[in-house]
Write a protein that binds this ligand. Structure first.
Ligand code: HEM
Ligand code: SF4
Length: 615
């Protein structure tokens, strides 16, 4: 376990003072810290030997320690999992390539940036763009020899990959809806402000990827430091070892939980009245990643901590980050997320520590309405006379396929109308700021490219998500993105046959228990166990604020529908008006209404409830 913090924290002198510490001492004892902590400590603020390996054409891959540092630069080293075994047989090394994640706070992207990122993907990656469940872009299949130019090109279009991955606050999420209401505008701006306040300051990124050019990105410009001088302190907030693990953050709105805020390490929920922001409820300690058969690993919904006045929003989150930096676990990496700290401490102690750092007492969280997840798909008024069109992108993959030519359609829309662009937390895209004629034309272009309009989407497909999984993700135990579309075809037929086609339903699939497509708070979550086999979770739902139960363990994918059929039949017969599958399941089997914690080893509930069709 942790050694206690060796860095007593000064209490900020006044409520207005930003909670900041000049020279934090990270809490790990070098003798027992895990290897990632050791690699970060030794990396000289994320430099390692990345530049040398990059310049060496005889090396196809980076060493383990450099890979740890490169994640902070937004880069994952991957290999083609489909061909790994065949290559090994032929005595060949793995076929390495790189995934690059590009941040977009609040999912906001300009049309020029989109066109440039698309061109970069054509020239340097596999020609597709992946929209992620956290409002970022991913490029896959970048060869080592193209890495430097790809990163430089991304920076030239004023986007950044810094802190897209790694043990730092990642892309800051916010509702993508371009409504002109104060809460939507305020949360968008706050997401950007938060990204600026929390960005790492190391000069390594510019040295390696942008050749020391001044950082032009609007987020990062304020974070640039003069050219680094060797070993001196470069990270006043994070220190040499950064955070114990990743830190995911979002800014939500009480009436719009499109970002799924309870799934992240921390979030601020705008408490609104008559379309005004009164302040924010701070929630801390969410996180979905866990490990199969490890009961000590958990998925958890974030806990409400306190109500924070508007002017303290950034300081409060910064203080949360500092508490995590100083008290998060740095030995057992599986226990390192802030959710475990909240479990160890409890909400009261955490709030006390936060109040001490801010130098004031905080109010209790204010009551908010039942959260609703929105996808903003279809055509909507923005409130300023203009419209936006939300387009469902299946599993976030922008490519031209025989079914739908997403890529070509989007390029035509953007070249012709230059709309604002928003990436959504459901892997989809909004084209915004359109006048009526332009919105009509966008719909026409989508139609001519075979992209399904809202009315043609089943509920099962519209709310579905899958993570990338095979062949690129090194952690995948089985498929997700390649598997889900055909499973949804089967679900559509099945639901139709029970007269359930009109019932909103979230179906999400991941290739391993890390939970990147948020399967544990969906109505139906499928979580990879081994090739073609999944755990089936049931009972989350569209609010995003409660976790599902493990319903069936180890289900081969071809049996998923058959094993769910008895429940669907009963649901169709017995549901009350407006009742969702999850609500019905929870009512029928008296499951706790608001489950907020799930462990890596659960007993499946289906056998316990002895489900029978005739019951
Ligand atoms: C805690 C353990 C986790 C680990 C080790 C992990 C690791 C990874 C890796 C290696 C990828 C790259 C896959 C690829 O593009 O080939 C990935 C993708 C991604 N992860 Fe995670 N992840 C974890 C949990 C989560 C959770 C809980 C979320 C969100 C709630 C999340 C959000 C994402 C997103 C948005 C992507 C991009 C691809 C997509 O949208 O599916 N991750 N993750
Ligand atoms: S859930 Fe697992 S398989 Fe899917 S992208 Fe995340 S780490 Fe990879």
């Amino acid at each position: 376990m942790n050694s206690p913090s060796t860095a007593p924290k000064p209490v900020a002198p006044s409520a207005k003072a930003k909670a900041s510490v000049e020279h934090p001492v990270n809490n790990a004892d070098p003798k027992v810290e895990n290897k990632v902590e050791a690699a970060k400590r030794a990396s000289n603020y994320l430099r390692g030997t990345i530049a040398q390996t990059l310049a060496d054409p005889t090396k196809a891959s980076f060493c383990e320690d450099d890979n740890i540092a490169m994640k902070f630069h937004g880069i994952y080293q991957q290999d083609d999992r489909d061909n790994r075994a065949a290559r090994a047989k032929q005595g060949l090394d793995k076929a390495y390539s790189f995934m690059i994640r590009i941040c977009a706070p609040g999912g906001i992207v300009t049309p020029a940036q989109y066109l440039d990122i698309d061109a970069i993907s054509q020239e340097h990656a596999n020609g597709t763009l992946r929209l992620t469940t956290r409002q970022a872009f991913q490029l896959h299949g970048v060869a080592k020899g193209h890495l430097h130019e790809t990163m430089a090109a991304i920076n030239r279009v004023l986007m950044t990959t810094l802190a897209a991955c790694g043990d730092v606050p990642r892309n800051v999420m916010a509702s993508p809806a371009p409504f002109v209401s104060e809460p939507h505008q305020a949360t968008r701006l706050l997401a950007k402000e938060m990204a600026v306040a929390l960005a790492p300051k190391t000069g390594a990124y510019h040295e390696i990827w942008v050749d020391g050019e001044r950082y032009k990105h609007p987020i990062a410009a304020e974070n640039e430091l003069p050219a680094p001088a060797g070993d001196r302190e470069e990270e006043p907030l994070y220190g040499r070892q950064y955070l114990p693990r990743k830190f995911k953050l979002g800014i939500g709105i009480d009436i719009d939980n499109s970002i799924d805020i309870y799934a992240y390490d921390a979030g601020l929920i705008a408490v609104t009245k008559d379309h005004r922001v009164l302040g924010y409820n701070l929630v801390v300690g969410g996180g979905l990643g866990m490990t199969h058969n490890r009961p000590e690993t958990i998925a958890r919904m974030a806990s409400p901590i306190a109500f924070v006045p508007v002017e303290l929003a950034v300081a409060a989150v910064r203080a949360v980050v500092e508490i995590y930096r100083d008290h998060g676990e740095r030995v057992e990496r599986r226990q390192a997320r802030i959710k475990y700290l909240i479990e160890r401490w409890g909400v009261e102690r955490f709030r006390g520590e936060l109040e001490q750092r801010l130098g004031l007492k905080l109010e209790d969280p204010r009551p908010t309405p039942q959260p609703r997840q929105l996808d903003h798909i279809g055509r909507h008024q923005q409130g300023d006379g203009r419209e936006f069109v939300g387009v469902f992108v299946e599993n976030g993959r922008i490519a031209d396929t025989p079914k739908a030519r997403y890529r070509s359609a989007f390029l035509e829309i953007i070249r012709k109308h230059a709309p604002g662009i928003r990436l959504t937390p459901m892997q989809s895209i909004l084209f915004v700021d359109l006048n009526k004629e332009a919105a009509d034309d966008v719909e026409r272009i989508l139609h001519t490219h075979g992209v399904a309009p809202l009315r043609a989407l089943s509920h099962a497909r519209r709310w579905s998500m899958a993570c990338v999984a095979l062949p690129t993700c090194g952690l995948a135990l089985t498929d997700a993105e390649r598997q889900l579309p055909s499973l949804i075809d089967d679900f559509e037929r099945e639901l139709e046959s029970h007269g359930l086609a009109d019932v909103p339903l979230t179906i999400r699939m991941t290739g391993c228990p890390n939970g990147c497509a948020r399967p544990y708070n969906a109505d139906i979550g499928l979580v990879g166990r081994k090739p073609g086999v999944y755990h089936l979770f049931l009972g989350g739902g569209l609010g995003g604020d409660r976790l599902a139960d493990l319903y069936l363990a180890d289900v081969p994918v071809e049996e998923v529908i058959e094993r769910l059929r008895p429940l669907l039949q009963r649901f169709a017969r017995e549901r009350t008006a407006g009742e969702s599958l999850s609500d019905y399941y929870r009512r029928l089997y008296q499951r706790p209404a608001q489950r907020t914690l799930l462990t890596g080893r659960e007993d499946p509930t289906a056998p316990l409830v002895q489900l029978t069709v005739s019951a």
